[in-house]
Write a protein that binds this ligand. Structure first.
Ligand code: HEM
Length: 372
């Protein structure tokens, strides 16, 4: 049975596979991809918090210049000892943002209420709002926001192996355009950094834009999809932010935008009685852990009142755990609240959206909405 392929989320229900693996082969050797995959909640936690696990290297290829330097400082793909300073600076950047209301940003992206309009939610909001919101938190000018958003789709490729010289040059050019703008804004917002900490701060500010992009784009679409499929749209207008927060949290458990992450073992590790040898790559299937009956009562049921849904693994676990879990849950809840409080009608044009053919992120490809 296939574990991953280009159209993994597109043409099959991953949760049926996860359930079978969790029950029959919780620590699974995937011969085709030459990796181990773990599915139960506690095995996922064990791997993510174990000191003998490392983030696998991402091939640099011919990448050079500022782009390579930025890549080497990114918290998400660094290992100890560099990870410590990178995480410290990423947290400092993240916590140093000022509060920004989501409503006015959405009002700029969406048509005014009252007149019927069809919008493509994923490209108009999902792909733009997370970066816009972060940049607004540091007071970037509209011109700089436009420049950064224009380069973002190329800058995102820094997290993937660089395939050839052409890809390397394009990535270098995009980072060369974004870096000075971010450098200037970091110097304004965080004066007095040393040269090294400034470089880590700028690189990890760019990292925040990268990290927020795919997963938050995914969450903004999945949350909306579940709301429209499970709740009566007209009643959502009277729900408060507390409702949307609990709903989005359960979406994260039940249908996480991030399905898996990887680690490489530096020593043998015994997982669920299986000795996984040093040097192995382990695929940690957090979305399968999120439906583990050992952790969640009636895991296949969507229940926003579940007492422990906050313990889901969608934001990872251990020293690489996401620094922005509460932030993107709130951002998404506020966006949903704005949408249903602003428009009289919010409805899906196509009932069954397609998913992107991605291996680790469950992301709706396009989602047309009718708004009035
Ligand atoms: C729905 C939205 C999001 C989800 C589901 C998500 C999920 C994750 C997961 C699973 C990890 C751990 C990866 C691993 O251990 O291999 C992670 C790490 C990280 N996330 Fe998020 N994330 C989201 C949004 C964001 C946002 C908005 C930001 C920044 C503003 C962010 C910043 C980070 C950073 C910096 C790390 C790396 C931490 C480290 O390696 O020490 N994430 N995220």
């Amino acid at each position: 049975m296939l574990l991953m392929k280009g159209s993994y989320f597109y043409d099959m229900d991953p949760y049926a596979i996860y359930r079978e693996r969790r029950e029959k082969t919780p620590v699974y050797w995937d011969e085709e991809h030459r990796l181990w995959a773990v599915y139960p909640y506690h095995h996922c936690q064990q791997v993510l918090s174990h000191p003998v696990t490392l983030i696998p290297p991402v091939a640099d290829g011919e990448l050079g210049g500022q782009a390579l330097a930025v890549k080497k400082r990114l918290v998400r793909i660094s290992n100890p000892p560099e990870h410590d300073l990178a995480r410290q600076m990423a947290l400092r950047m993240f916590r140093g943002r000022r509060h920004v209301d989501v409503g006015p940003l959405l009002a700029r992206l969406l048509p005014p209420p009252g007149t019927p309009a069809t919008v493509e939610w994923v490209s108009m909001v999902g792909a733009v709002l997370p970066a816009m919101h972060i940049l607004a938190g540091y007071g970037f000018s509209d011109e700089d926001v436009e420049l950064v958003l224009g380069q973002l789709s190329t800058v995102l490729r820094i997290m993937r192996p660089v395939e050839n010289a052409e890809a390397a040059r394009a990535l270098e050019a995009a980072v060369d355009r974004v870096y000075p703008v971010a450098d200037r804004q970091v110097a304004t917002c965080f004066p007095g950094l040393t040269r090294e900490t400034q470089e880590y701060a700028v690189s990890n500010l760019i990292g925040l834009l990268i990290q927020s992009h795919d997963a938050t784009k995914g969450l903004l679409s999945l949350a909306l999809l579940h709301l429209l499929c499970r709740e009566k749209a007209d009643l959502l207008a009277s729900q408060d932010i507390g409702f949307f927060l609990s709903f989005v949290t359960e979406v994260l458990r039940y249908d996480s935008p991030v399905h898996n992450t990887r680690r490489v073992l530096t020593e043998d590790m015994t997982i669920g009685g299986v000795v996984v040898p040093a040097g192995s790559t382990v695929l940690v299937v957090v979305a399968a852990g999120n439906r583990d009956p050992q952790q969640f009562v009636r895991p296949e049921e969507f229940d926003r009142h579940r007492a422990n849904n906050m313990t889901m693994l969608s934001f990872g676990h251990g020293m690489h755990g996401c620094i922005a879990g509460a932030y993107c849950t709130e951002l998404t809840a506020q966006a949903m609240c704005y949408l249903f409080h602003t428009y009289k009608t919010v409805s899906l044009v196509e009932p069954e959206p397609e998913y992107e053919p991605l291996v680790n992120v469950r992301m709706v490809k396009a989602m047309h909405l009718q708004l009035i």
